[in-house]
Design a binder for this molecule. Structure first.
Ligand code: NAD
Length: 478
């Protein structure tokens, strides 16, 4: 279903994110018939560039980041014809009048802030001062949203001066992933899961976001951030919320976000012994973290594992184990929900028995599997074996899931539709910082140094202990 025609201004239109995700994503939505040809995309960045030069850049981005089977020459030409460019310095006064002149009446206006966070406030201010944004305009704000509670509050306050909360779309691209939304469908559109979705039946939850890359190229920035700020406070927290939240009364932006907020507020402070921080060492011909960050004394973590408790009726006693890191064995993101043992076993084959696990895979191969016990086929007597019940959509959408829209393209379409369900509300972001801040401050105060870990592994040894101690094991990263 096509969205309404729109004017989308991409600030930072020449940047990495615009080239890799935003422009290719918009092209795919155009190809899919969702972006009406009456729409326009206006690149805006500091560089002096002609419209033709920007269009050539967009064309090159499509060639590089859209798969060959989706590159239709005629469609690309049409799409490119919808693109224009204006040189604007977010902090200067040039270019704004030109941009204003380009805006049309009667279409949705959206402004994507794909620039450094230090410029978010300036952009909001100028859009407002130059009368470019109208009451229906939307702004899309990239991550990171602040680096602690104070900065997040200040940014919220600046944006609130010029835009209403209903106009502000804070991106967390994890929420745009097909499986993440499918998780909500599985939970709330089936009677099967919800009755057992609680501490009584769920032993524990593991959320893993493992990357193989290091901080190459962005080491200086990352060194001021670290895994807790860069991944846990936002992405892992959002995933945790979707698993732990109560059923919203309706699939409505504020109803969903109210429930997520309650989860964040129910989080216990995390004990020092329940956190393991790591930093990757050199190996496999690659530099170490401190070399990448060019800070030999760096205490920033490129890995973190932690045990988190949601203190409410539903979850009391069920730990959530979170971990994320760089330069690990494989690029894997998944949520695994491990259920408890049946109360009594009637089978002799205790060895064959395994817990039921619901695995929600975000990458690679987005999909869901429910691990269930069945009888091992054949005449060998009543022997138990575990098989995956495949609840993914790979079959419907092609083996590699190639047709699953990328998170960014889906989220941009939601912006145009005016649907904020998959975007973080200001109070959610602040609550997540209010939880993360004391944790970060404690190790800054203590001068905690992360443990070194070998690249290509699953992280520091101590992280294994976090679960061993509780008689549990991490799932393998593969
Ligand atoms: P980038 O450095 O590649 O691009 C920055 C863009 O901002 C360029 O187009 C540049 O011309 C423009 N710019 C810089 N100063 C400007 C100014 N004063 N006025 C107007 N434009 C200016 O950055 P990026 O990687 O594309 O990231 C953009 C935003 O997206 C950042 O907030 C980043 O944290 C976020 N983000 C990026 C990625 C990614 O994969 N690149 C992923 C998640 C979030």
């Amino acid at each position: 279903i096509p969205v309404e025609p729109f004017d989308l201004v991409v600030f930072g239109g020449t940047g990495d994110l615009a080239r890799r995700k935003i422009l290719p994503g918009l092209y795919r939505r155009f190809l899919g018939g969702q972006m009406p040809p009456e729409s326009r995309i206006i690149g805006a960045a500091r560089s002096e560039m002609t419209e033709d030069e920007f269009r050539a850049m967009a064309r090159a981005a499509i060639a590089e980041f859209v798969s060959a089977d989706k590159r239709d020459a005629a469609m690309i030409d049409q799409f490119i014809s919808l693109i224009s460019y204006v040189a604007i310095d977010a902090k200067g006064d040039g270019g704004w009048a030109t941009l204003k002149g380009m805006m049309r009446k009667g279409v949705v206006r959206a402004f994507y802030f794909s620039v450094a966070p230090a410029l978010f406030g300036a952009l909001a201010e100028r859009l407002h001062d130059h009368n470019i944004a109208d009451a229906k305009s939307r702004i899309v704000v990239e991550k990171p949203f602040g680096r602690d509670l104070d900065t997040a509050r200040a940014l919220n306050a600046t944006l609130a001066k010029h835009f209403r909360e209903e106009q502000i779309y804070r991106i967390d691209h994890y929420l745009g992933k097909e499986t993440v939304q499918n998780l909500m469908a599985v939970r709330f559109a089936n009677i099967l899961f919800e009755p057992i979705w609680k501490a009584q039946y769920i032993d524990h939850v593991q959320i893993t976001v493992a990357e193989t890359v290091g901080v190459e190229g962005r080491g200086a920035y990352y060194d001021t951030s670290g895994a807790m700020r860069d991944m846990v406070q936002n992405h892992l927290m959002q995933l945790l919320c979707l698993i732990a939240m109560e059923p919203p009364y309706h699939f409505d932006p504020n109803a969903v976000r109210d429930e997520k907020l309650k989860v964040i507020r129910a989080l216990d402070p995390v004990e020092h012994q329940d956190i393991v921080r790591g930093q990757y060492l050199a190996g496999g011909g690659q530099k170490s973290y401190v070399d990448h960050s060019e800070n030999p004394a760096s205490k920033t973590e490129s890995y973190i594992a932690m045990k988190v408790h949601v203190s409410n009726w539903r979850w009391k006693g069920t730990p959530f184990y979170l971990r994320t890191g760089k330069r690990l064995r494989a690029r894997t993101s998944e949520i695994a929900i491990t259920f408890k043992e049946p109360p009594h076993s009637i089978f002799d084959d205790a060895e064959g028995w395994r817990e039921n696990v619901l695995v929600i895979r975000l990458q690679p191969n987005e999909g869901m599997n429910l691990m269930v016990m069945i009888k091992e086929p054949g005449p060998g007597g009543m022997r138990l074996t575990q098989v995956p019940l495949d609840m993914s959509f790979a079959e419907a959408l092609g083996e590699d899931g190639a047709d699953i829209p990328d998170a960014y393209e889906r989220l941009i379409m939601d912006v145009i539709r005016g649907n904020q369900t998959l975007f973080m509300r200001g109070d959610e972001v602040e609550a997540a910082w209010a939880w993360a801040d004391p944790i970060i401050q404690a190790w800054e105060r203590k001068g905690d140094k992360p443990r070194g870990y070998e690249p290509g592994t699953s992280g520091p040894e101590d992280a294994l202990m976090l679960l061993h101690r509780d008689g549990r094991r991490w799932r393998e990263i593969r």
